[in-house]
Design a protein around this ligand. Structure first.
Ligand code: XMP
Length: 326
């Protein structure tokens, strides 16, 4: 009969048969799919797997540290941590168009990943966290943003010259099965049940030009919002507002407005809170978060993040708005 431990045993046997004694590389993004793929492949072949974690400076607060703790320290996976923040920021300087930003972030990722892979010339396999819905999606026609998502979210855009065979052990699994597998492999439920995070990260949550200064403010504001959503429990359902929402985040608006603090006047940035409820991300409702929760998040952000003096809540549905602001 089908059980998760049986499934893991079979998947491990299959991966071992497939790769033999070859070396495998995997691009770890911090997302659920690549994380679960890494944990499963590591279970099968241990140190034959090397993960490359590219920190583009556009991840959530402390995410780089968390990825290294989870994989390198806790699971004992070989992980090469590349801090490419300066490189990404350099290429994003002066760029304001959302699709142009996406292209740059995707291209730089491939560049950095390729450069790291070149240091592992014995690798024969490229592992990816492709899941069943990705397989179906890439079989159909894709346009616009949906296409941009896949074209750089997975490491799929790597040049032919790398001559690596693809190892995709999650190809037959749906998202909820991937999550169950992740927990069974020892990944923290908080990691495995996280809201989705776009490949271009904070790059599309800072409107217009991306600057390091904006990133730092946004990361801290976003961490406060998420912390309060996790802490606030809805009495009716007994669930946290993090669980009740499908995706929630802060958007940085490069706009200054006037405020007062003590005897003084401030002239600082505005952020918007976005929280949506959706089953397919094609349409979405804005979440009716309790006013006291919104008030608490606003107070904390304004008091704790110097440089932000105003917080607004986005009450736009999709359509006509999108979930992300870019
Ligand atoms: P929108 O903003 O189109 O977002 O309503 C729908 C879902 O897609 C995610 N999204 C992206 N994911 N790369 C990604 O990997 C992208 O460029 C991208 N743009 C949007 C968004 O976070 C939401 O879950």
């Amino acid at each position: 009969s089908w059980t998760m431990p049986n499934y893991i045993d079979q998947a491990v046997v299959k991966i071992r048969e497939q790769v033999g004694s070859d070396e495998v590389i995997l691009g770890l993004s911090g997302g659920v799919d690549s994380s679960v793929a890494a944990a499963l492949i590591h279970r099968a072949i241990g140190d034959q797997l090397t993960c490359v974690f590219v920190d583009n400076g556009l991840l959530r607060l402390n995410e780089g540290k968390q990825v290294m703790e989870t994989f390198a320290e806790h699971l004992g996976v070989r992980v090469i941590h590349v801090d490419a923040t300066a490189q990404f920021m350099g290429h994003l300087a002066g760029v304001t168009d959302p699709e142009a930003k996406r292209k740059i972030i995707g291209r730089e990722f491939v560049e950095v990943f390729q450069a790291e892979s070149a240091k592992l010339p014995s690798a024969k396999w490229l592992a990816q966290g492709t899941i069943y819905p990705d397989v179906i999606e890439s079989a159909g026609a894709k346009t616009g943003k949906a296409h941009a998502i896949k074209s750089h979210h997975n490491v799929g855009g790597l040049p032919e010259t790398m001559k690596l065979s693809l190892l995709e052990p999650l190809r037959e699994l749906f998202k909820d099965e991937v999550r169950e597998l992740g927990v069974a492999l020892g990944l923290a439920p908080e990691l495995v049940y996280r809201h989705p995070f776009p490949g271009p990260g904070l790059g599309v949550r800072i409107l217009g030009e991306v600057k390091q200064e904006y990133c730092e403010l946004l990361k801290r504001a976003d961490a406060i919002f998420i912390e309060e959503l996790r802490a606030a429990v809805d009495e009716k359902s007994g669930k946290s507002w993090y669980e009740l929402t499908s995706q929630a985040f802060v958007v940085f608006l490069p706009v200054k407005s006037v405020g007062v603090m003590g005897d003084g006047r401030t002239y600082d940035y505005v952020v918007a809170l976005r929280a949506v409820i959706t089953s397919d991300f094609m349409t979405a409702k804005w979440a009716e978060l309790p006013y006291d929760l919104l008030g608490k998040v606003s107070n904390r952000i304004i008091n704790e993040v110097r440089g932000i003096n105003r917080v607004v809540y986005d009450v736009s549905g999709k359509p006509p708005a999108t979930i992300e602001w870019e």
